[in-house]
Design a protein around this ligand. Structure first.
Ligand code: AMP
Length: 307
């Protein structure tokens, strides 16, 4: 039941209307790992860090069943750094800085012990690296899910189109779906993107939930209305971790089970935004997760009599 998680392990500096952080641990693979390890272990991590990445964070990940054999440590360079500022609605943000640092020359190596992993989460990072990882897998996994973002559409579109042909599920947010497809209607965007390769498409809409598309089917999951949204950073990656974690735990890749996985992903993302960085994801227990999933069930549960 193991999962390969690929992505960045980073330092982030975040500004929201309610506060500001200096450098805190982040990165797509870190959020995926913290979320997915609540459901399945090991998480076979593939990433790269510099000499600045906190050893305590590595130990914490290991304690949660995250295998770090596939994480390269570069002694004389810095970790990937990202800085962003959220707008007042907390749904949109501007990227202020993206320093690739160690990521620029990363040549991922899939350790032998990771071969045979049935589920792969290609977190947001350079499409070239996503391709490289898929090519090293000796057996085609049951499901390959990928996330990406506008930054890669602007800098590596050719590689992005290549990797889209190799994956089963793509996750993007609404503005990225529009950018990738050139279509404003999300239904049309979904049709266009599914022609590019992935059989399933998940479009995340921040506080407005997420849509799952497959052939002519569409499913919508809301986001939980929260009292307080503190920091949305990593919500997308946490959603991805919850999604792949549930799929790997159940080993069921049907459309119906993906619906549940989207609810699980949304529940995990709702925790992530309640505190800065990965803090909340480290605190929660299995009971907290189950209770939150129940809140989702209540949120959309209604009887209707047709008149
Ligand atoms: P999310 O809020 O889910 O989009 O994820 C935010 C996380 O993604 C932050 O922790 C960043 O370190 C990381 N990140 C930001 N830009 C990139 C990028 N271009 N490639 C990979 N990871 C990134």
């Amino acid at each position: 039941m193991s999962v390969i998680a690929v992505g960045t392990m980073a330092y982030d500096a975040i500004e929201t209307p309610f506060g500001k952080t200096d450098k805190i641990v982040g990165g797509s693979a870190v959020y995926v790992a913290y979320a997915a390890s609540h459901f399945v272990q090991p998480i076979n991590q593939i990433s790269i860090v510099g000499n600045d990445f906190a050893r305590e964070e590595m130990e914490e990940l290991k304690r949660r069943g995250v295998d770090l054999e596939g994480v390269e440590i570069v002694p004389d360079k810095k970790s990937f750094f990202w800085s962003g500022r959220y707008h007042l609605d907390m749904n949109t943000r501007d990227t202020l800085v993206t320093d690739l640092n160690v990521l620029a020359d990363f040549k991922p190596v899939v350790p032998d012990s990771y071969q045979g992993s049935e589920f792969v989460m290609l977190g947001n990072l350079m499409p070239r690296i996503q391709i490289d990882v898929i090519k090293q897998l000796r057996v085609r996994p049951k499901l390959i899910v990928m996330d990406t973002m506008n930054f890669w559409m602007e800098t590596s579109m050719d590689d992005l189109l290549k990797v889209l042909k190799m994956v089963d599920v793509l996750m993007v947010n609404d503005s990225e779906a529009r950018q990738l497809s050139g279509e404003f209607s999300l239904v049309r965007a979904a049709k266009a993107i599914m022609k590019m390769g992935p059989k399933y498409l998940i479009i995340k809409k921040g506080e407005h939930g997420a849509l799952l598309f497959h052939e002519h089917n569409v499913f919508f999951a809301p986001a939980l209305p929260l009292d307080e949204v503190f920091d949305p950073t990593g919500a997308g990656d946490t959603f991805a971790g919850g999604f792949i974690g549930h799929i790997a735990k159940t080993r069921d890749i049907s459309f119906n089970n993906m619906k549940t996985a989207i609810i699980v992903g949304s529940a995990m993302a709702s925790f992530c935004v309640e505190k800065f960085g990965t803090e909340k994801l480290k605190e929660i227990t299995r009971t907290d997760i189950d209770q939150r999933i129940q809140q989702f069930v209540q949120l959309v549960n209604f009887d209707i009599a047709l008149v």
